[in-house]
Structures are given as C-alpha cells and as structure tokens.
Design a binder for this molecule. Structure first.
Ligand SMILES: NC(=O)c1ccc[n+]([C@@H]2O[C@H](COP(=O)([O-])OP(=O)(O)OC[C@H]3O[C@@H](n4cnc5c(N)ncnc54)[C@H](OP(=O)(O)O)[C@@H]3O)[C@@H](O)[C@H]2O)c1
Length: 242
C-alpha cells in the first residue's frame, strides 16, 4: 500500500514529546505539512528543524481557551485548510479518591477532555470542508480493571472516548473519519516519570515504543477511504518483569 500524505496538512498536539513527537515525525516523513503543537516552543522548534521545511511550531496551552482560539485562527490563516487532526497531548495524575486533591481531577479534565473538545470544535469546519480525519490517542486504561489510584485519569479517557464516538456519528456523513487509538504502556517521558515516582524499574524494551503507536496512527490515516478504523488497541508484546 502506498502510504504517502503528500499535500495533506496535519495538526499534532503533544508534538513536543513521546507519542505526539513520533507521530509528527512519521507524518512529516510521509510528506504531510505538520503543525506541531505543545507549550514548549523551543522544543517544538527543534523538532520542526529536524522535520524540515514542511513542519512549523505553534505554542498553545490546551487548558487556555483564548490560546486555543488563537491557535485555530492562526491555522486558518497559515494553511488553506487542514486535513488531519491528531490529539496526543495530555497529563496523568495518580492518587486515591480519598486523598487525591480535587484540583488533580480538574487539571486532567481541562487538559485531556476540555482542550481537545474545544480545538476539535474550532477546526471542524476546516476538516469537514475536505472530508478530513481526526485521531484521538486515548489509553487502554479504558478497558482495564486494575485502575486503583488512576480513577480520575481513567475517567478523562472514558470521557474523550465518548466524545470521539458521538463525533463520528455527527461527521461520517460529511466523509470525516474519527479514530481512537488505545495504546498500552509506551516508553515515553510520562512512563519515565511514573516509574521514578513509584520506585519501579523502568524497562522500555518491555513497553510499546512511541514509533509503534505512530505507525498505527499512520495506518488509520492511510487505509482506503471505504473503511474507517474506529478503535484500535495496541499492547506491548512483553509484560513487565516483577
Ligand atoms: N506513555 C504511555 O504509557 C501512554 C499509554 C497510553 C496512552 N497514552 C496517551 O498518549 C498521549 C501522549 O502521551 P505520552 O506518553 O506521549 O506523554 P508525554 O511524553 O508526557 O507527552 C505529553 C505531551 O502533552 C503535551 N501537553 C501536556 N499538557 C499540555 C497542555 N496543557 N497544553 C498543551 N500541551 C500539553 C506536552 O507538551 P508540553 O509539555 O510542551 O506542553 C507533551 O508534548 C496521552 O494522551 C496519553 O494519555 C500514553
């Protein structure tokens, strides 16, 4: 299968790290123009230089409504349209219901649910105009049972899955595809931080690689237009050593 995205424009959130970074790289290698979004402008600019002339950096805090509005306006001005929207930004806060600050729930809701919802809303007219595609990088925690200490994070991932499912029904008739990818544990900065916090051994070789998830995103984007990947689960081949 020819997997080129030549002439397509993609916006990738969370492009400064991990899965978003790997996805932005693979899209730019597939010849898409890529708008790299995150808060750390200097990191995004370094990646843009690595990706070449087809990539550009856009600093935006996904929890700030005004910044989201400005980002959408800039995208509209800088590109004639947008074909692909990839959501890969997000945060995780661990803590049991009894003891975790409510502020942790609010922060995750703002970053993981509200921000992606608003950005999707703003960019939808552009995506509709070209029968574009939207990918949500979610988490396999949505079907896990062992979520003690991760309830508030899991709740945000369930919420964003519900939003993706409703959106699909709203936009499929306009030819817009909506995909949710559910990776298992992936070797990114998030996992380095979580392992450090818990004192567990960090063993990236027994995890998914961000490039594996990026490959899955590209697959969903390039499958023939008579099909739509709705939900795609990925898990590491090897399990953690205890
Ligand atoms: N790693 C895993 O094991 C794993 C497993 C399943 C699902 N996932 C999902 O995959 C996605 C990416 O995770 P990752 O592991 O790649 O994480 P990561 O390495 O920690 O990267 C998170 C990204 O989100 C951006 N971000 C965080 N808060 C933001 C905000 N307020 N505004 C704008 N950007 C913000 C960060 O950019 P800045 O800091 O520059 O803003 C960064 O680029 C997440 O949705 C996560 O739930 C990860």
């Amino acid at each position: 299968m020819l997997r080129t995205l030549e002439n397509a424009t993609a916006l990738v959130t969370g492009a400064s790290s991990g899965i978003g970074r790997a996805t932005a790289s693979i899209l730019s290698r597939s010849k898409a123009r890529v708008a790299l979004v995150g808060r750390r402008q200097s990191v995004l600019e370094e990646l843009a230089t690595e990706c070449g002339s087809l990539a550009s950096a856009y600093s935006c805090d996904m929890t700030d409504d005004a910044q989201l509005e400005r980002l959408a306006a800039r995208i509209q001005t800088d590109f004639s349209g947008i074909d692909i929207l990839i959501h890969s930004s997000g945060i995780i806060k661990l803590g049991k219901t009894e003891t975790a600050p409510v502020a942790d729930l609010d922060a995750q809701y703002a970053a993981n649910v509200r921000g992606p919802y608003i950005l999707t809303k703003y960019l939808l007219p552009l995506l509709r105009a070209v029968s574009g595609q939207i990918v949500f990088v979610n988490s396999s925690i949505t079907r896990a049972n062992n979520t003690a200490g991760r309830g508030s994070y899991a709740a945000t991932q369930q919420a964003v899955h519900s939003i993706a499912n409703a959106l699909r029904d709203e936009v499929n008739e306009a030819g817009v595809r909506v995909t949710t990818i559910f990776p298992g544990t992936t070797a990114t900065q998030r996992q380095i931080d979580l392992h450090e916090m818990s004192g567990k051994r960090y063993d990236p070789d027994r995890m998914l690689q961000p490039e594996d998830v990026a490959e899955a995103v590209l697959f969903a984007l390039t499958i023939g237009r008579t099909a739509e990947i709705t939900d795609l689960y990925l898990r590491p081949m090897l399990k953690p050593l205890v």
